[in-house]
Design a protein around this ligand. Structure first.
Ligand code: NAD
Ligand code: UDP
Length: 327
């Protein structure tokens, strides 16, 4: 494979840090750009001393010029707790940040992958969700800053492709989990694991019958890289694991797998929480010959081990790396 100069925005976050690692392992030069809003230096601690890796603290809402061949644009808070904390800033990041990524891509003729989301389908009336479904999003709800922001980012990307021939890839990422999820960011898998390991109450929102389909981060990263390098147009592509699970079932699985005595407590369902979500990945199978390989049980086991070691090691990243010093 040709050695490339690759920019990863949001590279110090959960998915971005795994992506940076994989790209470095493939022999590329990687510039990781992040404002550390929800990301952390410890996620990239192993990479900071690598000769082909560079960290740039920068906000994507400010323009920049870098000579690169490819751009993975991931910068954006992804968990409802964070993206709803400052909704105006979330929309700005989705719109202004994406415009900057597109302008850079146009300026230096770099191919650009923009991380979109299953949230563009809202509370979907079509199940499983195909790329041709236009979605059902509440444009004024509490999730709108993220959902509509990402929909606008998609619209910007296809417009740049049509008008300026910018090469864009738009993956619609479904719920992804794994090591390096931030224990404080409120997402379901990290919340449940942390609560179970502490024998604290597991907080189930609503009656737990809502579904999600969880993809292990290694599978997702493989899909992102294949998609970036595929010979295709600007049409969006679902990337996710089609195994659909109720949230109540996830709570039970995690409680059993951790051997926890946590009670399950019911809390109100957040506004506009989607009822069902499951990707139709036929297009990804055909275009990329890609499908997730890591079973939910296996992925949860690896994620639980990570959180166990983080709690026990007080700052030592699993694998013996120390990360407190680098924070
Ligand atoms: P994350 O919050 O761990 O990572 C996002 C990163 O972007 C963080 O490091 C954060 O500091 C950085 N960031 C945020 N705003 C920024 C700004 N203005 N300038 C520079 N950096 C900024 O989230 P993640 O789960 O790794 O998600 C990465 C991307 O994938 C996001 O765009 C998200 O919308 C998308 N996505 C994630 C999921 C998922 O399940 N994790 C699902 C769908 C889409
Ligand atoms: N959820 C839950 N308890 C929690 C956190 C989340 O029951 O402590 C539910 C949430 O209401 C949603 C699902 O788990 O139905 C997934 O939530 P998450 O925030 O991880 O992702 P998203 O809603 O963005 O898909």
């Amino acid at each position: 494979m040709k050695t490339l100069r690759i920019l990863v925005t949001g590279g110090a976050g959960f998915i971005g840090s795994h992506l940076c690692e994989r790209l470095i392992d493939q022999g590329h030069w990687v510039i990781c750009l992040d404002n550390l809003f929800t990301g952390n230096r410890r996620n990239i601690a192993r990479l900071l001393s690598h000769a082909r890796f560079e960290f740039l603290r920068h906000d994507v809402n400010e323009a920049l010029i870098l000579e690169v061949d490819q751009i993975y644009h991931l910068a954006c808070p992804a968990s409802p707790v964070h993206y709803q904390r400052n909704p105006v800033r979330t929309i700005r990041t989705c719109v202004q940040g994406t415009l900057h990524a597109l302008d850079l891509s146009r300026e230096v003729a770099a191919r650009l992958l923009i991380a979109s989301t299953s949230e563009v389908y809202g509370d979907p009336a079509v199940h499983p969700q195909t790329e041709s479904y236009w979605g059902a999003v509440n444009p004024i709800g509490t999730r709108a800053c993220y959902d509509e922001g990402k929909r606008c980012a998609e619209a910007l990307a296809v417009s740049y492709a049509r008008q300026y021939d910018v090469e864009v890839r738009i993956p619609r990422i479904f719920n992804t989990y794994g090591p390096r999820m931030d224990e404080m960011d409120g997402r379901v898998v990290s919340n449940f694991i942390v609560q179970a390991l502490r024998n604290e109450a597991i907080t189930l929102y609503g009656d737990g019958s809502q579904t999600r389909s969880f993809c292990f981060v290694d599978d997702l990263v493989e899909g992102l890289i294949r998609f970036m390098n595929a010979d295709c147009g600007a049409e969006p592509l679902n990337l996710g694991n089609p195994r659909e699970t109720t949230i109540a079932h996830i709570a039970t699985m995690i409680r059993e797998m951790t051997g926890s005595s946590s009670p399950i407590v019911y809390k109100p369902l957040p506004e506009d929480d989607p009822t069902r979500r499951c990707p139709d990945i036929r297009r990804a199978r055909e275009l990329l010959d890609w499908s997730p390989k890591v079973a939910l049980e296996q992925g949860l086991e690896r994620t639980i081990s990570y959180f166990r070691e983080m709690a026990g090691g007080r700052g030592a990243e699993p694998g013996g790396r120390t990360w407190m010093a680098a924070t």
